[in-house]
Ligand binder design. Structure first.
Ligand code: PLP
Length: 399
């Protein structure tokens, strides 16, 4: 069990609040980090100001190495299979652009795929003569495993799977889909942005070839952080499209040698303070016990999903059978942007997910946008109820 009091005492927004605490329901966007993350970052920035960035980083070499070990512990990977970056999109595309593609090759993307992944796929298809096709969804909205199997042939070079989409509570059957994709030798890259930090991930069990995630969402790290996992057997065969003196070594006038592990997907320069902050966030999660955190997120999201439909005019838009901590909904006759702004007037933070972020899925459902509420483990039942009351008032005023 989580000690919610302690969790909240670790968050400045709650511990230092003079009046009623804010209702924070945007961990799918950019969460509230624990104090140790903020302190780690600010202390390092101060240290850089005292002795310069190089010496300051040298003092923290062990902690910097520990960032990858902590991530590895969370997803059951070796630290050498992790490459750190400044965002999930960077990590995803670093892997994707390293895959060789030619005319006639096929790229499959998920029905709920994220815009950045789809845009990268379209760009590479245009440049290489490959095609981009979407994997159909089943009637519940999950990736349709049978239709997926039927789509596959040996021209499929890469499959983009989405663990949990940005615009709703769906969770996809990743392990099963990966096994199917591997039958034709396709590479599988998993977008775990909306699952890392709120759903258990074991990359060995899932079997994916690569996985990307961001720091600022459910992991509660700082902005400008992300990471890539690459399966070692696959990593050895891939050359990133861009290199520097960290991802490779200049060994002769006409020669360079790639780093032997996932480091080949990293550049040397980075925001060291943010990186240390990400390490602190992941260690904090490991110390809490990830399974307790995941259970608390699910309980909070389920409370909203259970209660919202009883408000007249409110429709929950989540798909699938297994659900994540994202709760998406609309209120009849009200623009989601207006809902978000009105809730903000009551110090309730939610976001809006627009059609262009998940074009295929939203177009298929004829939705322009949905309101997205994503409560992390630290949100109290009282705050969830304040949110439900506020939604009820908005819906009533409308009718
Ligand atoms: C947020 C998000 C991303 C992008 O993460 P960045 O760190 O902003 O690059 C990718 N995929 C999904 C599903 C997301 O929700």
């Amino acid at each position: 069990m989580l000690d919610t009091q302690r969790l909240r005492a670790d968050i400045p927004a709650y511990a230092d609040a003079a009046g009623p605490p804010p209702v924070f329901l945007d961990s799918a966007g950019s969460s509230l980090p624990p104090r140790v993350v903020i302190d780690t970052i600010t202390a390092h920035l101060r240290r850089e100001g005292e002795i310069g960035g190089y010496r300051a980083a040298t003092e923290r070499l062990d902690d910097l190495a520990g960032v990858k070990s902590a991530i590895g512990a969370l997803i059951n990977a070796d630290a050498s299979a992790i490459a750190l970056s400044d965002s999930a999109s960077r990590s995803w595309s670093d892997f994707f652009y390293a895959i060789g593609l030619g005319p006639g090759d096929r790229i499959l993307i998920s029905g709920a795929d994220y815009a950045s992944n789809a845009i990268a796929a379209l760009q590479r298809a245009r440049a290489s003569g490959a095609s981009v096709e979407a994997i159909p969804s089943d009637p519940t909205g999950r990736l349709d495993l049978e239709a997926f199997a039927d789509l596959l042939d040996e021209r499929v070079k890469v499959v983009s799977l989405l663990h949990a989409p940005t615009n709703g509570g769906l969770v996809n059957p990743v392990a099963e889909a990966t096994r199917i994709a591997h039958r034709v030798g396709a590479l599988v890259v998993l977008d775990a942005c909306q699952s890392a930090g709120q759903i258990a991930i074991d990359v060995t069990e899932l079997g994916v070839d690569a996985m990307s995630a961001t720091g600022r969402k459910w992991l509660r790290g700082p902005r400008g952080t992300g990471f890539l996992y690459v399966r070692p057997e696959v990593c050895r065969e891939l050359e990133p499209s861009r290199l520097d003196l960290h991802s490779a070594t200049w060994t002769g006038p006409q020669e360079y040698r790639l780093a032997p592990d996932a480091t080949r997907f990293e550049f040397w320069e980075c925001d060291v303070a943010a990186r240390l902050g990400l390490g602190a966030a992941v260690r904090y999660l490991l110390d809490l016990g990830p399974e307790h955190v995941f259970a608390a997120v699910a309980a909070n999201a389920n409370r909203l999903r259970d209660q919202l439909p009883s408000i007249p005019g409110v429709t929950v838009r989540d798909l699938g059978t297994e659900r994540s901590g994202i709760v998406s909904f609309t209120i009849e006759g009200l623009d989601p942007v207006e809902i978000r702004d009105r809730l903000r007037d009551s110090d309730i933070t939610v976001t809006v997910s627009h059609r262009s972020s998940t074009l295929l899925d939203m177009s298929a459902r004829r939705l322009d946008s949905v309101v997205r509420a994503s409560p992390h483990c630290f949100v109290s039942v009282e705050e969830l109820d304040r949110f439900l009351d506020a939604v009820g008032r908005l819906a009533r005023r409308r009718r």
